[in-house]
Ligand binder design. Structure first.
Ligand SMILES: Nc1nc2c(ncn2[C@@H]2O[C@H](COP(=O)(O)OP(=O)(O)OP(=O)(O)O)[C@@H](O)[C@H]2O)c(=O)[nH]1
Ligand SMILES: [Mg+2]
Length: 325
């Protein structure tokens, strides 16, 4: 049922969207009681393997249900990792206490699924106490995901400089915790060294608004070491941020971002669904490509055309006075 509801929410069809809004309204009062964790890192760092280990830890040692939202990067990068994820999250996908949902990135910013926020609400209402969101660490997706989660975990590898890992400074600044993964076998010593280096580097960053000092830990998702310590850290953050009000503040910021993103998505959907606008878009695009018109002039003409049609094409306003973002 949860899967089908999410599929409905991801649909762009207006009649599906109406049903989706009703589901979200119904779920909202039952949502919020979870930890929303964003997990990012470059391809191959071990995000899926880590989520398998953490998810099993939460189920087996903390008796909590886990939802995993993995954004499928296949539309943007060659291959994609969903098939790989099925094998990398073998135990978790077979476990009744886990729900794994690969979502298409659907062309939205940085590969983040366009309905990830709504999906989080549904998972929470379905009783999942932990929502883990895997996103591939290539840039914009982290920024989008960071605005949807309570805690942001950055997985790193030892022995590769920041540039090599494609991690931007801004992303390190957003991280509530860094974990050097693959701290096993002959890599262990290098992982420890990287830990010391990153700890020193983090000291140069200004203290975060939450009063939390980001941690640098090591782990091996494969050998299942360091996972419990990472989760203890997450819980410690949760306690601190709950006490000083930052957790609630961050949740409010999530609502602000949700509203804004939903407005943008709504406008973009309406724009794309208008046949006349779509036809004009194609014509003007052609003119732009021929060098006959500037992109900005074409865009202004298209926006004018779209806005001019609004009274007819706008969907009915809600009318029940409820304010779901
Ligand atoms: N030695 C070692 N290998 C690991 C560890 N974690 C993951 N791996 C391996 O690293 C490879 C990539 O792991 P994934 O979990 O698929 O990495 P990912 O970050 O999810 O990759 P993408 O989804 O493609 O971005 C796999 O071959 C894993 O078996 C670890 O802790 N130690
Ligand atoms: Mg993966």
């Amino acid at each position: 049922m949860l899967s089908r509801a999410i599929t409905l929410i991801e649909s762009r069809l207006p009649r599906h969207q109406e049903a989706a809004q009703r589901i979200i309204e119904g779920c909202l009062p039952h949502s919020g009681e979870s930890l929303r964790i964003g997990i990012t890192g470059v391809p191959g760092v071990g995000k899926s393997t880590f989520i398998e280990a953490l998810g099993m830890h939460l189920i087996e040692h903390r008796a909590q249900k886990v939802a995993v939202l993995a954004v499928d990067p296949s539309s943007q990068f060659s291959g994609g990792s969903i098939l790989g994820d099925k094998t990398r999250m073998e135990r978790l996908s077979a476990n009744q206490q886990a729900f794994i949902r690969p979502s298409p990135s659907g062309g939205s910013l940085g590969g983040v699924a366009r309905r990830t926020r709504e999906t989080i609400i549904l998972c929470e209402a379905a009783g999942y106490r932990n929502v883990l969101i895997e996103t591939v660490g290539v840039g914009q997706s982290e920024i989008a995901v960071a605005s949807m989660v309570d805690f942001f975990l950055l997985l790193m590898l030892a022995g590769a400089g920041d540039e090599l890992q494609g991690i931007k400074r801004g992303i390190i600044e957003m991280a509530d915790m860094m974990a050097i993964n693959k701290a096993d076998g002959s890599n262990l010593a290098r992982a420890r060294a990287a830990q010391a280096e990153y700890r020193a580097a983090l000291r140069l960053f200004p203290p975060s608004a939450s009063g939390w000092i980001p941690r640098v830990l090591t782990c091996s998702a494969q050998e299942n070491t360091g996972i419990a310590e990472i989760w203890d850290g997450v819980l410690e953050y949760h306690r601190l941020a709950s006490r000083n009000g930052y957790f609630a503040e961050r949740r409010r910021a999530q609502l602000v971002d949700w509203l804004e993103a939903a407005v943008e998505t709504g406008i973009a959907d309406a724009y794309q669904q208008d046949a006349e606008v779509a036809a004009r878009h194609a014509t003007l695009l052609n003119e732009v490509l021929q060098g006959e018109m500037s992109p900005s002039k074409a865009a202004a003409a298209l926006v004018d055309l779209f806005l001019g049609k609004l009274p007819r094409s706008a969907p009915q306003a809600g009318g029940n006075g409820k304010e779901t973002p």
